[in-house]
Design a protein around this ligand. Structure first.
Ligand SMILES: [Zn+2]
Ligand SMILES: [Zn+2]
Length: 252
């Protein structure tokens, strides 16, 4: 009886919530849902790519010839970065609420079978500088790690810290981005033992890859496999025109 009452209450709350706070598409503003069908359909262009050259690769494995240039064994990205994802990521980054968290959860849940994540690996969110964390109130890479952890049952270990306050990389060239994040991260002292395990570094979006590469430099134990995971990745084709979620807002 209690279950039935609870479920009626939940349904009623959802209906009332929809009346009081109607949903609008996070991308185009159409009323009805957090993500309308048209915008959702634009997300279907998934392809599994090598993190270094952004060309197709099975299961996101780094090509043997690209291994010289990157620490990552493979990368897992659920979507190709496009205008709709820019807006979703912006909302996820700056408007911390249950609806956007649920949308991101569903977007990943639908595609969870694309990848078999290494079962003994730990999730390591790309950290924010403490000053930025104070301004924003939360770290979106941490929130994304929680989604991944809920779906795959992996542990989150917040073992990196950002030791350098970096400028927003919005309009920087690839070379400038590299310089900007150079030596920006460091492993936290208390987690030294954990660092022997395989690592999945988590970020909301991989554009040039400079930030996540810099995080990977913190892990150099022999035999340790390092992977990257993001909600979206810029492909080889979109790479040069890629803009950050912040730019989306300026054009709104
Ligand atoms: Zn829409
Ligand atoms: Zn490659």
């Amino acid at each position: 009886m209690r279950i039935s009452l609870n479920s009626t209450y939940t349904k009623l709350r959802t209906i009332l919530g929809d009346i009081l706070y109607p949903k609008y598409c996070v991308s185009c503003g159409k009323p009805g849902a957090m993500l309308c069908t048209d915008c959702k359909n634009s997300l279907s262009g998934y392809q599994s790519v090598c993190i270094y050259c952004r060309r197709g690769s099975i299961g996101g494995m780094t090509h043997p010839k690209c291994k010289t240039y990157t620490t990552f064994m493979s990368s897992y990205s659920y979507y190709v970065y496009n205008d709709v994802l820019k807006k979703i990521i912006y909302e996820f980054k700056y408007k911390h609420n249950r609806s956007i968290f649920k949308l991101v959860y569903n977007l990943i849940y639908e595609r969870q079978k694309l990848f078999r994540l290494p079962p003994s690996a730990i999730l390591v969110p790309v950290p924010l500088h403490p000053q930025k964390l104070k301004e924003r109130g939360y770290n979106q890479a941490n929130e994304l790690s929680k989604v991944i952890s809920q779906i795959y049952g992996l542990d989150i270990v917040d073992c990196l810290e950002r030791v350098k306050y970096t400028q927003t990389q919005t309009k920087m060239s690839v070379r400038k981005r590299k310089e900007n994040v150079n030596n920006a991260f460091s492993p936290k002292h208390e987690f030294r033992d954990t660092l022997h395990r395989d690592i999945i570094i988590v970020d909301d979006v991989i554009t040039s890859g400079s930030t996540i590469n810099e995080c990977a430099k913190c892990f150099s134990q022999a035999g340790q496999n390092i992977h990257a995971l993001s909600l979206a990745i810029a492909t080889h084709h979109t790479y040069s025109q890629t803009t950050s979620p912040e730019e989306t807002v300026q054009t709104k």
